[in-house]
Write a protein that binds this ligand. Structure first.
Ligand code: TTP
Ligand code: MG
Length: 360
């Protein structure tokens, strides 16, 4: 039976996540920025939503340049908030793990799913899974995503990229050649500008050209393994497996009702966050050995304190340790005022039955 692999990628993730929690900016061009802090506008665009992309504002662009483009438009600029995106991402990945035999998360907004077993190799069953994933992500998180479905990871990835946002593209084994034919080598996953340039020097610009190019000559130019990659993916061949990656920590962060140095107020926030974290620990059947308190001060500096305790799956038993870590931090840093606070568990201990966290 041939495999069926899905790739899900959230659309303009950071910017869309901001639109979800700020209804007042929905529909406007939104740009999420990493401010370097040197001057008011130094730094780069992390991502922009599709309305901002239509104006020409893209990932990696200097903020000052993006602001120039935005001058005559109502564009919203926001700083990155990775903790928030991480929490949203974790919930989306949770949906995906329920829909897959195996899941490999490759970035904050992207994962491969092997659905071969549960679909028994049926492409229509795979389509139904892809549609259900899109529906669940839309209903639960108000986010759209693009999904590619193919007989391997490479084709699934290419298929997901071909129609965005809110795409669903299926490329079956027999459609591979026709699908790749139209894609220039510069757009193939894993081929960067340097490789593209080297290929062009060999006279290769289209994927079919690469597919039939002399392998020995390719090896001379790129070395054994890189040449094999190029040779294989240009024919749509990719035997790599969807490999579960174990998460190594779970955490919850939140903003305090107001900036504070008051241990009671801050600890209350940790308690609130713990309720949610406790549920996740139970769902994932985790035993952890390290508990940490993370704080972000009013200058947006992050600090943390950790302690290792006897392995437990019961977060409440670790809360006195968290409380002590917080008090110690506040005593050691009397001048620091806190804006955000979080609790993290890590150093997971495997028990016999539960090998990885994504294995349910
Ligand atoms: P991507 O999935 O590459 O981009 P995206 O989700 O914003 O847009 P698309 O609809 O094309 O998928 O990356 C996911 C997130 O990673 C993105 O929302 C922000 C972050 N990121 C950066 O911080 N810097 C970058 O250069 C890129 C490409 C992404
Ligand atoms: Mg994305």
């Amino acid at each position: 039976m041939s495999r069926i692999i899905l790739l899900m990628d959230l659309d303009s993730f950071y910017a869309s996540a901001e639109e979800v929690r700020r209804p007042e900016i929905r529909g406007k061009p939104v740009v999420v920025c990493v401010y370097s802090g040197r001057t008011a506008d130094s730094g780069a665009v992390s991502t922009s939503n599709y309305a901002a992309r239509a104006l020409g504002i893209k990932s990696g662009m200097p903020i000052a340049f993006a602001k120039k483009i935005a001058r005559n438009h109502d564009v919203v600029f926001l700083p990155v908030d990775k903790d928030y995106y991480g929490t949203v991402s974790e919930r989306v990945m949770n949906i995906l793990s329920e829909e897959a035999d195996a899941i490999e998360q490759v970035s904050v907004d992207e994962a491969y799913l092997d659905v071969t077993k549960r679909t028994k190799g049926s492409w229509s069953a795979a389509r139904a899974i892809a549609e259900r994933i899109k529906k669940r992500v839309a209903e639960q998180e108000l986010l759209t995503c693009s999904v590619g479905v193919g007989p391997n990871k490479f084709i699934a990835k290419m298929a997901a990229g071909i129609r965005k946002p809110d795409g669903l593209t299926i490329v079956k084994e027999e459609d591979i050649a026709g699908f790749l034919e139209k894609i220039p080598v510069t757009k193939l996953h894993g081929i960067g500008p340097k490789t593209a340039e080297a290929l062009e020097e060999l006279g290769i610009t289209s994927t079919p050209q690469l597919a039939v190019f002399d392998l020995a000559q390719l090896k001379k130019a790129f070395g054994e393994s890189r040449a094999m990659y190029l040779h294989e993916v240009s024919q749509g061949i990719d035997d790599s497996l969807v490999e579960e990656r174990e998460s190594t920590q779970l955490s919850r962060m939140g903003t305090l009702p107001e900036d504070s140095q008051d241990a009671e107020v801050i600890y209350q926030k940790i308690l609130d966050l713990s309720a949610d974290l406790k549920e996740r620990i139970a769902e994932k059947k985790i035993r952890f050995r390290t508990v940490s308190v993370i704080v972000v001060d009013t200058d947006l500096r992050t600090h943390s304190k950790s302690e290792t305790i006897p392995a437990t799956d019961d977060l409440p038993t670790a809360l006195p340790t968290a409380k002590k870590l917080l008090s110690t931090f506040l005593e050691e840093n009397p001048a620091v005022v806190l804006r955000r606070v979080g609790i993290r568990v890590s150093n997971f201990k495997e028990d016999g039955e539960q090998k990885t966290l994504t294995e349910f």
